[in-house]
Ligand binder design. Structure first.
Ligand SMILES: Cc1cc2nc3c(=O)[nH]c(=O)nc-3n(C[C@H](O)[C@H](O)[C@H](O)COP(=O)(O)OP(=O)(O)OC[C@H]3O[C@@H](n4cnc5c(N)ncnc54)[C@H](O)[C@@H]3O)c2cc1C
Length: 323
């Protein structure tokens, strides 16, 4: 029986949302392939039952009591040793910082192909994985196949697929592995680059700013609104290019794809490349002083006005509501 494997990324004993999104996609693909879905994670400790709630037929837990942090060599070798002989048909990994480090190393060791940063996955009639991703700076979408080697490996951006609950009773296998003795690197500590920034792909509420803010300080105001809603800030590419926000919080075709419960677009026109990254948000609120701004076409709530007048009023209202 063919197998579709999903690498489950964990941090502080929690499963990254993208891994659950990939489990959902793997289940969808498994129906076409009649394949088994296998989730694999590497952690010192057992996780709770999150993985089984998202549809794994089997969970493989690789562990060693001395494991501390993610380590490129240790993780690559552990996974390589696990799958080198009995290779799965497909292996999916989240395109996170860890996934982007791990997947190419693993693909090279396995002598197989890898399509990084996919935004779409499907199967052709022969069971080949159709791996679609933006190419040439996002100007075209390319569909890539790996017909000669297995596993067919892809990393997928967070937020592309929905994570849907699917209760299964998985078979569980725990395998202890030896830590590499001659690692050339050692992770001593993991520090957040910017403690003010949360991962926009994991946030339920996003307040995003665009060129309409007209200055960097505009993001301080958005941060105040985000704080009231227990959310985080994001930006359009124009705001990033202006130097008002870091690239890691850019939403869109060449940024991140997000699907929060609430997306508040402030001074963002709604260019197609921006919309590509946020159109599946559950509720879109747009604030723009141009009543004809394209963003209003996809907005659930349209507020025609100046961000510097509307946002302080929203913050004030929220503070009153909380009293
Ligand atoms: C290959 C390619 C990839 C791209 N990838 C991305 C991507 O990943 N993400 C992305 O965002 N863009 C991307 N872009 C750029 C995209 O085409 C747009 O240029 C960009 O999204 C515009 O950003 P913006 O909406 O902030 O700015 P603008 O389009 O300039 O819009 C600013 C808006 O603010 C409004 N406004 C002005 N002042 C105020 C005010 N005081 N109050 C309220 N509203 C106000 C204006 O009416 C206007 O609608 C890409 C482009 C290309 C060619």
């Amino acid at each position: 029986m063919k197998e579709i494997w999903v690498y489950i990324e964990t941090f502080n004993k929690k499963v990254k949302k993208v891994s659950l999104e990939l489990l959902t996609k793997a289940n969808e693909l498994s129906q076409k392939l009649s394949a088994k879905v296998v989730a694999v994670y590497i952690d010192k400790d057992d996780l709770d039952d999150t993985i089984s709630k998202y549809g794994a037929d089997k969970i493989v837990h690789l562990y060693n009591k001395d494991l501390q942090f993610y380590d490129s060599q240790i993780y690559t070798n552990a996974l390589y040793n696990l799958i080198k002989d009995d290779r799965p048909h497909i292996l999916l990994i989240g395109a996170t910082s860890v996934g982007r480090d791990l997947a190419p190393r693993l693909a090279a060791k396995l002598n197989t192909g890898l399509t990084a940063d996919c935004t779409q996955l499907d199967l052709d009639e022969d069971g080949l994985l159709l791996q679609t991703r933006p190419a040439f700076g996002g100007n075209i979408m390319a569909t890539i196949i790996c017909p000669e080697h297995i596993p067919q490996m892809a990393t997928v951006r967070p937020g592309i697929f929905d994570a849907k609950k699917l209760e299964k009773i998985p078979e569980i296998e725990k395998i202890e592995f030896e830590l590499e003795k001659n690692c050339t690197t050692k992770t001593l500590e993991i520090m957040k680059k910017n403690s003010l920034l949360k991962d926009i792909t994991e946030s339920d509420v996003i307040v995003a700013g665009g060129r309409g803010l007209s200055k960097k300080e505009g993001f301080d105001l958005l941060r105040d609104l985000a704080k009231e809603l227990n959310g985080t800030i994001a930006a359009s590419r124009a705001a990033v290019e202006a130097g008002w926000a870091p690239q890691e919080i850019q939403v869109g075709q060449t940024g991140k794809t997000v699907k929060p419960k609430i997306y508040i677009a402030c001074g963002i026109s709604g260019a197609i490349q921006h919309i590509a990254g946020m159109k599946d948000s559950k509720c879109i609120i747009a604030i723009n002083k141009d009543k004809n701004a394209p963003i209003f076409k996809i907005a659930d709530y349209a507020i025609v006005g100046d961000v510097y007048e509307v946002v302080p009023k929203l913050i004030e209202k929220l503070r009153v509501l909380k009293q």
